[in-house]
Design a protein around this ligand. Sequence first.
Ligand code: URA
Length: 245
Amino acid sequence: MDPNLPPNEKRERLKEFYLLIRECRECDLSSTRINFVFGSGNSNAQIIFIGEAPGKNEDLQGKPFVGQAGKILDDLLFSIGFKRNEVFIANVLKCRPPENRDPSINEINTCKKYLLEQIEIINPKIICTMGRYSTQLITGSFAGINKLRGKVFKINSRIIIPINHPAAALYTPSRLHVLREDFSRLKTVFDNFDRPENVMKIEEISYIDAGEKSGVKNLPQNSRNQLQQDDMQTDQKEGMQLGLF
Ligand code: URA
């Protein structure tokens, strides 16, 4: 894919891609979903935010982050001067896991190609992974989110910024402060994108799986065992997801 596609071409490709995959039946979540939640926002966005999976509200509306966690995300975006229609928001999974249970490794491995293609088409400068699932998928690291948040990574020419999932602030209000700090770091990187190392320590990740786009590795079956305990509360979330592109 030509990384310098003009904005209207990106939009067309994203639309075509949506039409191609929206009837996906590759895993069992397709039989319980109400809507396939593709993601939404600006097809020419410089930043993609990646959550975990649609929840109840997202499944009902077919859009990402439209519930309580979505309000927190909107507020955080506003705090650094962004609107939702300037960024792109997607999830690791396109369909809601019943009762908002954790995504299975199999579901992640089946669905990740869709997210990776979206990243290829949009070609953002910055990927902000929200919570452990998207962070593990994009960085290939099994360290807990609390070990990774606060750091800034580079994979090829893309910057990866892991943060807590916004839903974490619903249950632990002190986490809102941490999220605000992380958004402020994201804005600093965005404002200094040409030379982020001048303002921040950037850790280059070099173990990218060459066979995969965007440096994402297959998650091994036992990866769940390696998850850090301190991430568990990040998962207590309500489901959520906005106008397509
Ligand atoms: N949580 C997520 O991870 N994604 C959504 O779209 C909503 C809530």
